[in-house]
Design a binder for this molecule. Sequence first.
Ligand code: G3D
Ligand code: MG
Length: 168
Amino acid sequence: MKRIIQKKVCLLGDFAVGKTSLTRKFVEGRFDDRYLSTIGIKISRKRLEMDTYTLNLLIWDLVGGANFSKSSAKHLHGAIAALIVCDLTRPETLDGYKFYAEQMRAVNPNAALIFAGNKSDLVDERLISDEKLQIISKQLNGSYLDTSAKTGFQVETAFHWMAEQIEI
Ligand code: G3D
Ligand code: MG
């Protein structure tokens, strides 16, 4: 019997960047075009079969933007990694990378940070260059990838990068 390990990860980023959509795509395999704005916190669970153990990934989808407060920061406790998301069509959401990286590091200094530029399917509306995203992510000591919750592009990869942060 494989061991079962349970770990917590967080989704962070400003309002409407796609945190809930990415989580749903990964956990339920579907994208929902209905309005999904998160009120409070949603915790989803996904079971991943790794080589030598089974991983129960607890995915905390937190409210971002102006509603992210000191009380939200305490919900980061114990997370091994965070997926910090911006919306490639809204340059102002990129400010969130630094803000949420600092929030996460203040609570979990050793947690891994994965930065995602979401909505990569909206090619004609994209306003943030790949180069800029790579530079900022590197400065903040994290990895970067483009994602689309709509097409599913690199959604598995983003969550697997977090899951792989586990040391056992
Ligand atoms: P949040 O949880 O970060 O607040 P949501 O963001 O997941 O609620 O997504 C906000 C809006 O962006 C939703 O649209 C959702 O459908 C859309 N969205 C999320 N990810 C993508 C993506 O990868 N591509 C595209 N094209 N849209 C995406 P509405 O219209 O409901 O506000
Ligand atoms: Mg949400």
